[in-house]
Ligand binder design. Structure first.
Ligand code: AMP
Length: 280
């Protein structure tokens, strides 16, 4: 696997590969890799001749310095995992390489970045859009792969790519879960054994809400039920549980045939903030 920390050598390498007729699949990550990330790399490898993974913990998308500091960094085991799966290129720049100057650009995605994560993490998606734009300019992939786990992020990146005419295809792939249903996340490694059990409430809330909605219950009554479920678990604090239109992220009052609703939730388990979602 070729490892790049600087932009120019990576670009030169990829230009040559493109000229040779290779196609490039790109998976941007913040590292602390798990099977969810690896599933994206595997799809990138199966659909392209070269897979590029980036590992960059992006300061611009964190709301607090302590969350940024506590974000797990496991570059050695990440590198081993990527080599094992056959990823050909790793780009792991430091913050000065990506942010050579104080940036002033801000993104506004209308409703898409005001609800759910946007409400609780102001400025987060502007930071995401900035780094994704930079990475797409650097790597110039044919296809970029994202996880359904960050569905709101994917909806925003889809808009970013369309509005700024990036010349690539983007794909969202299914969420990889632990055997008991917990969505894989780099943040899970910060959970104690007891918190790890309590974190299951996110997945359980989605499964329960889906069942209740399918059986004809109203969104309002289901949200009430889910609030009670979260309240019954100590050390867990619900931030939001919403049913939204998966395309435009409009909050739904009623489930209808014409939309493809998605259930989204975020909660703190101790000090660790987790998110999850499920299509209805
Ligand atoms: P992150 O390193 O958390 O920024 O995630 C990098 C990419 O991996 C994003 O597109 C995520 O949506 C995706 N991802 C994170 N967790 C999972 C998972 N459990 N299953 C599939 N994809 C995931």
């Amino acid at each position: 696997m070729q490892i790049f920390r600087e932009i120019a050598p990576l670009k030169a390498f990829l230009v040559e590969k493109r000229v040779q007729g290779h196609t490039i699949g790109f998976v941007p990550t913040m590292g602390a890799l798990h099977e969810g990330h690896i599933s994206l790399i595997q799809t990138a490898l199966s659909e392209n001749s070269i897979a590029v993974c980036s590992i960059f913990v992006n300061p611009a998308q964190f709301n607090s310095i302590s969350d940024l500091d506590k974000y797990p960094r496991t570059i050695e085991s990440d590198t081993e995992m990527l080599k094992r799966v056959g990823c050909q290129v790793l780009f792991c720049p430091d913050a000065q390489t990506i942010y050579t100057q104080q940036h002033v650009v801000k993104f506004d995605f209308g409703l898409l970045d005001k609800v759910m994560e946007g409400e609780f993490r102001p400025g987060h998606f502007s930071g995401v859009a900035l780094v994704v734009s930079k990475l797409l300019h650097i790597v110039e992939p044919h296809i970029a792969y994202f996880g359904q786990k960050d569905w709101q992020q994917f909806a925003i990146i889809k808009k970013l790519v369309a509005d700024l005419s990036f010349n690539l295809m983007i794909k969202s792939l299914p969420t990889m879960r632990e055997r008991d249903g917990l969505a894989m996340s780099s943040r899970n490694m910060r959970l104690s054994e007891a918190q790890r059990q309590k974190a299951l409430v996110l997945y359980n809330s989605l499964v329960l809400a889906k069942e209740e909605l399918i059986s004809g219950k109203s969104i309002e009554s289901v949200k009430c039920l889910i609030n009670n479920l979260y309240s019954s678990v100590t050390d867990v604090k619900l931030e939001y549980f919403e049913v939204v239109d998966s395309e435009n992220l409009n909050l739904l009052q009623h489930v209808s045939q014409s939309q493809q609703p998605i259930l989204c939730t975020a909660a703190y388990v101790g000090e660790v903030r987790l998110i999850d979602n499920m299509f209805l």
